[in-house]
Write a protein that binds this ligand. Sequence first.
Ligand code: ZN
Ligand code: FE
Length: 242
Amino acid sequence: MASTLEIAIFPCLSDNYGLLIHDKESGETAAIDTPEVSAIEAECGRRGWTLTQIWNTHHHWDHVGGNLELKEAHGLSITGPHQEDRIPGLDRGVAGGDYFNFGAHEVRVIFTPGHTRDHIIYYVPAAEAAFVGDTLFVIGCGRLFEGSAEDMFGSMAAIADLPDETKLYCAHEYTLSNAKFALTIEPENEALVAYVERAKVLRAQGLPTVPTTVEMEKRINPFMRAASAERLGQIRQAKDSF
Ligand code: ZN
Ligand code: FE
């Protein structure tokens, strides 16, 4: 990671993660989604960071709930999906393929529909990191609320296309429950079995399993490993009633 960028992850609500990215050089700090104002403010305070931006991935309440309160408190700028009228306080609408600057660093917007019709993720090459919202979870993917299996299949492929070492910051800690399901799909997958043991240790210590990496998800995530949209749809349906 470039020395001027730092990422903070901290628990919010019951199973969300709060995420901040800070650029020492410019002093900019972005919150990726706003699950819980008090937890976000506390983390900023602890680190001496001042919030200047919000980057929203999608409109669900556990991702935009703190937008207006934080905007009012800090006069910050809110970036989110351009076609979305459900993002409170949206200042800058962006679409897949767009780039914007964060200090001297480039942020790439990738369109990842499936969980919602307009979900986007934020890739920061200089940090070798992507903020994937509710599109991908460790060993899992988001529920298909507004999109199709084809949409999510394309979104998984877009994430798999990022460099292997890219760290993926998911918005929820669902790893152990995803693991139980994934082991029913690929019981013989040694990388999966070994990973699950490590994840259990992390969780027993109260530590996050996030971030994961593109390389790891290619080896253990049944949704990313699905050979077709049809197969992804089957697995997703099975998971919904698991
Ligand atoms: Zn969501
Ligand atoms: Fe969520």
